[in-house]
Design a binder for this molecule. Structure first.
Ligand SMILES: NC(=O)c1ccc[n+]([C@@H]2O[C@H](COP(=O)([O-])OP(=O)(O)OC[C@H]3O[C@@H](n4cnc5c(N)ncnc54)[C@H](O)[C@@H]3O)[C@@H](O)[C@H]2O)c1
Length: 428
């Protein structure tokens, strides 16, 4: 079997490797030439993926990459893993999916199976993508080619998360489409979870991410309330999670980050309006989670005030720029919001992140492009008035931090097990 995987990012690359390892011949297609070159040279550009894993499969002839969409002609299936962001009005931007559809449509042959994996609102596959594919190919979905949706469940930074072992939900445009998509994924994934339609599969993915967003908002709200009462939210969650049923632990933080949880729920909010429905839980969770950086800044103000200092003129280090622990992905990271809020208040802001040595240019935070991580030395770290922990990377030595920094604001409970002096650490 030969398949093409379009979009070689955090989702498409590990998926390509899993198919290639399983004996499927994989062609990675991307518009980003640098990624295509890296793969063909056996180089990884994602921290948690080893170059050797790519090189081995490239050398064996099972995996190659290209920018040439003509090659779709020779494929049995195409899996689409391109970005689905929000536009500047916080509405779904499915242009990457539609662009991909336009690129592959002229090269579709009869019998090919197209599967969308990008997280999106119900109806994207069987309405929007289908229209583009049918128009560009002159073929009919369900008759001439097969169409399906199967959401990705990648958990970046989790070493126990193995693509092959994560059950895969699949919905087809027709029962025959479902069978074809199952035949493809069955080559590489152990457990398949068929559902009745593309829309049910699209909704399943959104439900998973909305569940996380709402539960994170809940513990963020409880954090603020319990802190006012002098109760430690982390202690409370650790106690609550000993209940063997009916409770699942979620943890508070400085705000949401990454490509999924801050964005995906609003895909449903937007689509729900078409049906005259409102998504109040989603909106409320979004409101609470986006207010978190303000709360953390408030704790920074309190910690500095305790030392007769102000934010204005303070030297502040943000510890961790990636949006979650042990990854190099800084998309939508709340650390940028914290840095901007503190800078606006007159602080001199620096950051340390072993996985983000320099800030790449982004649309959202152009003012930070080119700024470099400080060095992890006693001289540098002890020179800050305050260190704000926003990501809990395992590789950071928090005992050293306790020795070097005398004022720490901790939004991740990273200092819980570390010996510190009274008043040295403020939880946020
Ligand atoms: N990152 C995650 O943990 C995760 C988890 C589950 C689901 N998802 C979803 O998977 C999808 C992809 O996310 P990602 O994190 O891999 O994104 P990414 O930005 O890491 O990768 C997307 C890739 O698509 C390429 N691309 C963009 N437009 C293209 C086009 N027209 N043709 C070919 N290639 C194109 C980009 O160059 C990039 O390499 C999104 O819908 C996301 O919501 C992501």
């Amino acid at each position: 079997m030969k398949i093409a995987i379009v979009g070689l990012g955090y989702v498409g690359l590990p998926l390509s490797l899993q198919f290639a390892r399983s004996g499927v011949t994989v062609l990675g297609l991307d518009v980003d030439r640098a990624k295509v070159e890296a793969i063909n040279e056996g180089r990884s550009y994602i921290k948690h993926i080893e170059s050797a894993a790519i090189a081995g499969l490239v050398n064996s002839g099972k995996f190659s990459a290209s920018t040439d969409f003509h090659k779709v002609k020779k494929m049995d299936g195409v899996i689409i893993c391109v970005p689905t962001p929000l536009n500047k009005n916080r509405e779904p931007d499915i242009s990457f999916i539609l662009d991909t559809g336009r690129s592959i449509a002229p090269h579709l042959k009869k019998g090919i199976t197209i599967v969308l994996e990008s997280t999106t609102y119900p109806g994207t596959t069987d309405e929007d993508l289908r229209a583009v594919l049918e128009e560009g190919s002159g073929l009919k979905a369900g008759t001439d080619f097969h169409l399906a949706f199967s959401p990705e469940r990648e958990d970046p930074g989790n070493p126990d998360s193995k693509v092959a072992l994560i059950p895969k939900v699949i919905g087809g445009y027709t029962p025959a489409c479902l069978e074809k998509a199952k035949a493809i994924y069955g080559q590489a994934i152990k457990t398949l979870v068929p559902v009745s339609s593309c829309r049910a599969a699209e909704a399943a993915k959104l439900t998973e991410n909305i569940f996380r967003s709402v539960n994170i908002a809940l513990v963020n709200e409880l954090k603020v309330v319990y802190t006012a009462m002098g109760i430690d939210i982390w202690e409370v969650i650790n106690a609550a999670k000993t209940k063997p049923f009916g409770y699942m632990a979620f943890y508070p933080g400085p705000g949401l980050g990454g490509h999924c949880i801050p964005i995906d729920p609003f895909y449903l909010t937007w689509k729900a309006r078409e049906f005259g429905e409102h998504t109040r839980f989603i909106e409320l969770a979004g409101e609470i989670n986006t207010a978190m950086p303000q709360y953390v800044v408030h704790q920074v103000v309190n910690a500095l005030n305790d030392r007769r200092k102000s934010v204005n003129g303070a030297k502040i280090l943000i510890l961790g720029l990636a949006y979650k622990a042990d990854v190099d992905d800084d998309r939508e990271s709340p650390s940028y919001v914290l840095m901007t809020l503190l800078k606006e208040r007159g602080a001199a802001v620096s950051y340390y992140d072993p996985y983000v040595p320099v800030i790449r240019p982004t649309r959202e935070h152009p003012q930070w492009a080119g700024v470099k991580s400080v060095a992890w030395t006693e001289k540098t770290i002890s020179g800050f008035d305050l260190v704000l922990i926003s990501t809990k990377h395992k590789s950071v030595d928090y005992e050293q931090l306790a020795k070097w920094a005398d004022c720490i604001v901790d939004s991740r409970n990273a200092m819980a097990a570390i010996k510190t002096a009274p008043g040295q650490v403020w939880k946020a």
